[in-house]
Design a protein. Sequence first.
Length: 240
Amino acid sequence: MADLPIFDDSQVQNVLCVVAHPDDMEYGGSAAAARWVERGASVSYLLLTAGEAGIRDQDPSDVGPLRAQEQRDACAAVGVENLTILDLPDGMLESGLDIRKRIAREIRKIKPDTVVTINWDVMAAWGLNQADHRVAGLATLDAIRDADNPWVFRELMDEENLEPWGVTRLIVSGVEPDYAIELSEANINAAVESLRCHKQYLSALGSHPDPQEMITGMTSEAGQSAGVDHALGIKLYKMR
Ligand SMILES: [Zn+2]
């Protein structure tokens, strides 16, 4: 039964996607990025960490640069040209003013109409959510308000000349959806390719499902709920 409304994303022109790790965008989010890039929107990724603590038997000093490269490849697969990776510690993201200010800084620089982030709930579709994801999602929500408030992080204005900026909407992926973003076959293929780019990371995980099956499965399911072939299920929040 098609009961999930399609989100009219014609007003989405400048998008900032904020996630914790390399690969966080690649479980569906990158398919929407591919769609928006194809339509001429500007899409930027902000990763809060380089994911250096993500491979158990490899040293973080090797893994950070490796995963950053895999993310650059993943961005290229969906046509995303603007990637920023902050140096916050993987596995140890802390909620608080520092992380909010760092995200608010990027929001004021990029001036997005739309911010995308990941599920911040304790539970995720795949089980208990990860600590960095919870922190990243909530800090992003807070940073949207911070970026719009001239009296919060005044040094961003005074020292860096970054004026307040109001984001119009927040999109959260990986949650019980209330809208669907319709995706084309080409968007799906690009998203599969982007997930495959995290080659060494995925092989270190061992039992990761095949990217093609995984992305196709996810997006067909959401598509079915929305009455189209493929879609990404999202939660949509109006921010101003
Ligand atoms: Zn992650």
